[in-house]
Design a protein around this ligand. Structure first.
Ligand code: PXL
Length: 271
C-alpha cells in the first residue's frame, strides 16, 4: 500500500444519470479512461435512461457542500468539473464551497437542458450561474443554446459565436469553449477563447451519432487533461479528440438513444 499523493484527482459535482451515458457516471468513466482518480458529489438524482428523463430529485444545497467538504479534508482535488446543478441554491452552495476552501478554479459545463429537453437548471439557477459561478470558472463550456441563454446573443454564424465567447469572458470566465455541435450542418466545430486568442477547433459531424452526455464527457476530459498537467488549449483539443472517438464507437441498447463508448481503446466483451 502506498500513500499516493502522486495520483491525479478530479472532482465532479454533477447530476446522476443511472443509465451511465451522461452526468456523474459519464464523468467517472471519462476520468478512469484518461487515467485520473475520480471524486464525485451528486447534485440531483435523475430517473432516466438513454432516451427519456422521467423524474428529478434535487439534493439539498447543504448536502452538496457537505459531500465536497469531506472529500477535500482527505485530498484536495487537482481539478474540479461542475455539471448540472438544478437550481440557484445549489449554484450558490457550489460557488461558496469552492471559494471558502480555496479550491482550484472549476471547469464549468453550464448544463441547462438535458438532451431529452428536460430542464436540469431552473431560471433562478441560470441567474445564479452568471452571478456566482461563471466568474470563478477556469473555463466554461456552453453549447450554442446555453451560450445564447447565458449571453442573450443569438448564434447562427461564426461571428455571433465569437461575440458570445467574448461576452462570457467579460462575464468573468478565464476562458470559454463555445461548442458548435448544435448549429447543425456537416461541421461540429468549437471555438476556444482565453481572453487573448480565439482558436477554432474544427470537427466533422459524425453521421447518425445521437448520444447524450457528449458535453459531460468533453468537460470531464478537459478537467482530466488539466489534472495531468496539460495546458488549456492542448487539453481542450485532446478532449475533443476523446469525445469524437467515443462517439464513433457509440452503441445502443434496444431502441434507446445511443451511448458513448467512454472506454475507447480498452478491451471489452460484446460489440
Ligand atoms: O448532457 C447534459 C446532462 C448533464 N447531466 C446529466 C444529464 C444530462 C443529459 O441527459 O442527464 C445528469
Amino acid at each position: 500500500m502506498v500513500n499516493s499523493q502522486a495520483r491525479n484527482v478530479v472532482l465532479t459535482i454533477a447530476g446522476s444519470d443511472p443509465g451511465g451515458g451522461a452526468g456523474i457516471q459519464a464523468d467517472l468513466k471519462t476520468f478512469a479512461a484518461l487515467g485520473v482518480y475520480g471524486y464525485s458529489a451528486i447534485t440531483q438524482v435523475i430517473a432516466q435512461n438513454s432516451s427519456t428523463v422521467r423524474d428529478i430529485e434535487r439534493v439539498s444545497a447543504r448536502m452538496i457542500a457537505r459531500q465536497v467538504e469531506l472529500l477535500v479534508q482527505e485530498r484536495r482535488p487537482d481539478e474540479i468539473k461542475v455539471g448540472a446543478l438544478g437550481g440557484g441554491a445549489a449554484v450558490r452552495s457550489v460557488a461558496k464551497v469552492i471559494e471558502n476552501l480555496r479550491l482550484e478554479a472549476p471547469v464549468v459545463d453550464p448544463v441547462i437542458l438535458s438532451s431529452a429537453g428536460v430542464r436540469l437548471l431552473d431560471r433562478a439557477g441560470e441567474a445564479a450561474l452568471v452571478k456566482y459561478l461563471i466568474p470563478l470558472a477556469k473555463v466554461v463550456t456552453p453549447n450554442v443554446p446555453e451560450a445564447q441563454a447565458l449571453t442573450g446573443i443569438r448564434i447562427t454564424n461564426d461571428g455571433q459565436m465569437r461575440a458570445a465567447a467574448q461576452r462570457l469572458v467579460q462575464m468573468g470566465a478565464r476562458a470559454v469553449v463555445v461548442k458548435g455541435g448544435h448549429r447543425g450542418g456537416s461541421e461540429s466545430s468549437d471555438l476556444l477563447f482565453d481572453g487573448q486568442r480565439m482558436r477554432w477547433l474544427r470537427g466533422r459531424r459524425i453521421a447518425g451519432a445521437t448520444a447524450h452526455g457528449t458535453g459531460c464527457a468533453f468537460s470531464a476530459a478537459i478537467a482530466a487533461y488539466l489534472a495531468r498537467g496539460v495546458e488549456l488549449e492542448a487539453a481542450v483539443s485532446a478532449a475533443k479528440r476523446y469525445v469524437t472517438a467515443a462517439l464513433k464507437q457509440s452503441f445502443k441498447f434496444g431502441g434507446g438513444g445511443s451511448l458513448l463508448e467512454h472506454f475507447v481503446g480498452f478491451p471489452r466483451r460484446g460489440s
